[in-house]
Each structure stands twice: as structure tokens, then as C-alpha cells.
Write a protein that binds this ligand. Structure first.
Ligand code: NDP
Length: 308
């Protein structure tokens, strides 16, 4: 059976940063890319808030740079899906879906989270062309324009408030007759003059042309339909942490995110570390994930030193 010191699962900024650090610490990491190589960043267009890219960079190009940097120091980047981790054994026994088994002294879980979408074909069509699941990432592109945010939770209210500081008009599309967000967040929304809350509204279709989103057709709960003109359509209906692989093996919080010891990447299982959106329901930023990837590699290195 193949033996590795450090196995990294996930290929977003957390996974690749962990790989860069682990490789430079001579841990000869093996990284499995999973079903979405490059992670969520590859679904965005331009990234302007990652330090070091003064002119901005596309998500795909940034992930390619990170992959090349990880490989330059000897990371073995593999395509494949990890199907099981046996946490009862030391080293851990990892089974890849092609049937291969690997012994790993340490594992870094960096499988990320997936933004939820409504599931409309028109939404898929304009993804990255006006449809976004991250206002912090993409809001800047819609300065002084009209946009809509879908959702009634804290994220939706936070994103609507953020967008209101940049955009002319923000529509908050809420399917219920009330917001689920905390009272404080609701007040911020109601006190922001350029946010209009559309209660009991659903999205029937995202409208657009070859240049991107131009509007949205709304359907009220009583069945009435009408269109509004917008150029940005932001989903804020929750995220799904990709933790199926470790469910029942690592402690997860009530929303399914991996619980880590504060200030570290340590999970409830010694020798398994977590980094990035898979353990971060709050910040969900590439730069934060990269920083957490660095922490995970340093924690893995120290664990290996202590268990020689
Ligand atoms: P939530 O699950 O809290 O809210 C999701 C919202 O999206 C709900 O209003 C829900 O509607 C709506 N929704 C879900 N599916 C659809 C759909 N298909 N069509 C239309 N609307 C839909 O997710 P959040 O991301 O807002 O928050 C996740 C967690 O993170 C929460 O615990 C939240 O409190 C926390 N958080 C805290 C923040 C803070 O304290 N600063 C900031 C951001 C998040 P419905 O109400 O009808 O179910």
C-alpha cells in the first residue's frame, strides 16, 4: 500500500496553499483535486480582492497559478475522489474511488462548501455573467447599477446592505412574508433607503442577453408575475459544506461544518486537519481559506514531528 506523510483533499485556495507549505516542509504531499478542480473560485470571473494581483485575475487563472506553485515544490496533484477515510487506523487508511488505498500519517480536509442555487436553467446560463453567489467577491462590478439578492437570512441581509453601499437600488427577494435574519440585521436592511424588500416573491426566470443579466421575472405568491430590470443577481440562500466524507468521523457543527479548535486547524480526530470553507461558515473568502491552508500544513508538520 502506498504511504504518504500528508494527504490533502480539495483543490481550492486552502488545499493548494496547504500543499505549497507541506511540500516546502518536505512532507511530499499528495493532493486529490475532487469533482470541481480549483474549487468555487473557478465559478467566478474576475478576482480583484486577492492581495498581490493589482490588475485582478480570473478565478481559473489564479487556481492554475496555485496549482503550478504547489507542483513546483513537488506536490503530487491527482485527479480523483476520495471515497472513504478509516479514522480507526493509524496511519489513516484512505480509499480513493478508483479502488486505490493509501496510508496517510496526516490528512488535511479542504473540500470547501458549495453555494446553493435556485436550480433555474436561466440562472445556470448567466452564472459568472451577472449571476453570483458572493456579493463581497462580485459586488464591485455592479457599482451604481441595480441588483437583486435572493434570500431572507443573515447572509442575504448582510449582502444586500453591502451592495446598497455600492449600487443604486437593491431588491431583496424573499419567499416568505418575513425575514429569517437576526433582528439587528433586519433593522439594517429596513433602515437602508435603497434596499427594497420584496416579500412573498420568487424568481421565475433570470433574463439576459449575450452581455449578461438584464433583469428578472418575479412571481408573487399569489401567482402574479412581473419583471424588474437589474444587471446583477446574487444568491444568498445558504451554503452546503462538503463534509459527507467525514460525517460521523469528525465533529461537525449544527450546519454540517467541521469544528476546529479555535486558532488552529485541529479537528476532533488527532492527525486530521481542516482548512477553508469546509470549516468556515462566516468569512468564505479565498484569502482566508489560503491562510487557513497554511495553518493546516504547519499543524500537520508539527504533528508529524511529535509522532516520529
Ligand atoms: P440561512 O439558511 O439562514 O437562510 C437562507 C435563506 O434563504 C432563508 O431566508 C431561506 O428562506 C432562503 N431560501 C432557501 N432556499 C430558497 C429558495 N429555493 N428560494 C428562495 N429562498 C430560499 O442561510 P444564511 O447563509 O443566511 O446563514 C447561514 C448561517 O450563518 C445562519 O446561522 C446565519 O445566522 C449565519 N450567519 C451569520 C452572520 C452574522 O452573524 N454576521 C452573517 C451570515 C450568516 P426561508 O426563510 O423561507 O427558509
Amino acid at each position: 500500500m502506498e504511504s504518504v506523510k500528508c494527504l490533502i483533499i480539495g483543490s481550492g485556495p486552502a488545499g493548494f496553499t496547504a500543499a505549497i507549505y507541506a511540500a516546502r516542509a518536505s512532507l511530499s504531499p499528495v493532493l486529490y483535486e475532487g469533482i470541481e478542480p480549483g474549487g468555487q473560485l473557478t465559478t467566478t470571473t474576475e478576482i480583484e480582492n486577492f492581495p498581490g494581483y493589482p490588475e485582478g485575475i480570473t478565478g481559473t487563472a489564479m487556481m492554475e497559478d496555485l496549482r503550478r506553485q504547489a507542483k513546483r515544490f513537488g506536490t503530487d496533484v491527482r485527479t480523483g475522489i476520495v471515497g472513504n477515510i478509516d479514522t480507526t487506523k493509524r496511519p489513516f487508511v484512505v480509499t480513493v474511488e478508483d479502488g486505490k488505498t493509501i496510508e496517510a500519517q496526516t490528512i488535511i480536509i479542504a473540500t470547501g462548501a458549495t453555494a446553493k442555487y435556485l436550480g433555474l436553467p436561466s440562472e445556470q446560463k448567466f452564472k459568472g455573467m451577472g449571476v453570483s453567489a458572493c456579493a463581497t467577491c462580485d459586488g464591485f462590478f455592479y457599482r451604481k447599477q441595480d441588483v437583486a439578492v435572493v434570500g431572507g437570512g443573515d447572509t442575504a441581509c448582510e449582502e444586500a446592505t453591502y451592495l446598497a453601499s455600492l449600487c443604486r437600488q437593491v431588491y431583496l427577494i424573499v419567499r416568505k412574508p418575513f425575514l429569517r435574519a437576526s433582528k439587528a440585521m433586519q433593522e439594517r436592511v429596513f433602515n437602508t433607503p435603497n434596499i427594497k424588500v420584496l416579500f412573498e416573491h420568487n424568481t421565475a426566470e433570470v433574463l439576459g442577453d449575450e452581455d449578461g443579466v438584464t433583469g428578472v421575472r418575479l412571481r408573487k405568491n399569489d401567482g402574479e408575475e412581473y419583471e424588474i430590470a437589474i444587471s446583477g443577481f446574487f444568491l444568498a440562500i445558504g451554503h452546503h459544506p462538503n463534509t459527507e466524507l467525514v460525517a460521523g468521523k469528525l465533529a461537525l457543527d449544527e450546519n454540517g461544518y467541521i469544528v476546529t479548535v479555535a486558532g488552529t486547524s485541529k479537528t476532533s480526530c488527532e492527525g486530521i486537519f481542516a482548512a477553508g470553507d469546509v470549516c468556515d461558515p462566516h468569512y468564505r473568502q479565498a484569502i482566508v481559506a489560503a491562510g487557513k491552508g497554511c495553518i493546516a500544513a504547519l499543524d500537520a508538520e508539527r504533528y508529524i514531528q511529535a509522532h516520529k
